[in-house]
Design a binder for this molecule. Structure first.
Ligand code: ZN
Length: 233
């Protein structure tokens, strides 16, 4: 009887833990990533299954989307919209299935072009997606002042945003090992956009459908980010 109770209690604890953690999960973390660094990834994946896009400008901000394409849907399209005025680094999975395999968590993300580019810029604004159950954005990163300002701006424009500080390491984006923080000043903002909100930005949320089916929500959201970047740095 005792051991039965113990097993039930343990099961309950595990279930509660999973319930608590899962809504905050980025697509995956280092422990669930298939590859632990870019070298491993490039040795096992066809080079045609992913794509790196960059744009260099004198902008003080680098827009950084390391989980684009099929990995964290919608982050590519947002990044490309913002590139009109900023520098860009974008890593995309082009695979129709199994894009999750190409997720390298930010503390393990060491694609050579990314490392080189990040080190040249004063600030990084990184774009990510997490699962979530409602339209929501976590605003993390080491640049606390600007992160707070962006959180307010998003909320004022009807996008539920929450400034996150501690815990949920992947989401908070404050780990010095996070590639976004390896820029010249160490200052970054990390946006984690929930799946329901990213879905609302497109009429068709498929890999091929997104680019040509942007909604008003997409343009309102990217407008808030563009305004923030052009007035905050
Ligand atoms: Zn991500």
């Amino acid at each position: 009887m005792k051991s039965y109770r113990l097993v039930s209690f343990s099961t309950l604890c595990i279930c509660l833990l999973v319930l608590f953690i899962s809504p905050f999960q980025d697509t995956s973390s280092a422990s669930t990533d298939k590859y632990q660094n870019f070298k491993q990834l490039s040795q096992h994946e066809f080079s045609a299954s992913y794509k790196v896009t960059t744009k260099e400008t004198k902008s003080p901000v680098l827009i950084f989307a390391p989980h684009g394409g099929g990995i964290e849907g919608g982050t590519s399209e947002i990044a490309k919209e913002l590139v009109k005025q900023n520098a860009l680094y974008l890593f995309e999975s082009l695979k129709s299935k199994g894009s999750r395999d190409l997720h390298l968590t930010s503390t393990h993300f060491d694609e050579p072009t990314a490392r080189k580019m990040v080190s040249k810029y004063d600030n990084v604004l990184s774009l990510h997606g997490y699962s979530g159950n409602e339209k929501h954005i976590f605003v993390g990163g080491t640049d606390r002042e600007r992160a707070k300002k962006l959180t307010q701006l998003l909320n004022q424009n009807g996008f539920p945003a929450e400034l996150i500080t501690k815990g949920h390491d992947e989401i908070a984006g404050i780990n010095p090992g996070n590639i976004a923080n390896k820029n010249r000043t160490g200052k970054s903002i990390q946006l984690e956009i929930s799946q329901p909100l990213r879905s609302a930005m497109f009429h068709s949320f498929s890999l091929k459908g997104r680019a040509s089916s942007k909604t008003q929500t997409f343009y309102r959201f990217t407008n808030v980010l563009s305004t923030f970047v052009s007035t905050s740095y």
